[in-house]
Design a protein around this ligand. Sequence first.
Ligand SMILES: Nc1ncnc2c1ncn2[C@@H]1O[C@H](COP(=O)(O)OP(=O)(O)O)[C@@H](O)[C@H]1O
Ligand SMILES: [Mg+2]
Length: 159
Amino acid sequence: MSVFLPDEGATAVLAERLGAAMPEQTGRLTLLLRGDLGAGKSTFARALIRSLGHSGAVPSPTYTLVEPYDLPGGMVYHVDLYRVSSEEELRYLGWTELDEGFRIVEWPDRAPGIAASADISVELEYEEPGRRATITGLSAHGKRIVARLDPATATEPVN
Ligand SMILES: Nc1ncnc2c1ncn2[C@@H]1O[C@H](COP(=O)(O)OP(=O)(O)O)[C@@H](O)[C@H]1O
Ligand SMILES: [Mg+2]
């Protein structure tokens, strides 16, 4: 599913719709957030985390690598691998302990192996003056969630 996002608000609405398509208990799930710097990965993650019931700040995990959220639907981990360059570093950060939660991963390709077991991919690209999002279900579970997204989001705006 590919959709044009004219502004930051549209990025947030799409993330909220994805949040609404999630099962009530998010459980074990990995979402990849791909795109260049400034494409809107953190904007998307912030809106998604808030849609799952978090009402406070959503600090960037760029330096902490992982920010955990204990939410009604289960643990959510906002991960940013920008500064990670090997599987070894991932082990050090306790990646496997995040296994049972919902992992939202910015820069997933810094650590080979993560994408292989992911459920959903969200790719954000610059399409001035806005962005384009492409959401793909990777696993059977991820495909079911993506299929539940409001079909209206799959429709191109008139201009
Ligand atoms: N659809 C959009 N159109 C235009 N600007 C956007 C859109 N979505 C987000 N932005 C803006 O782009 C920037 C994205 O920053 P951020 O979410 O931190 O990106 P990333 O995490 O990918 O580096 C923010 O300034 C945000 O306001
Ligand atoms: Mg970011």
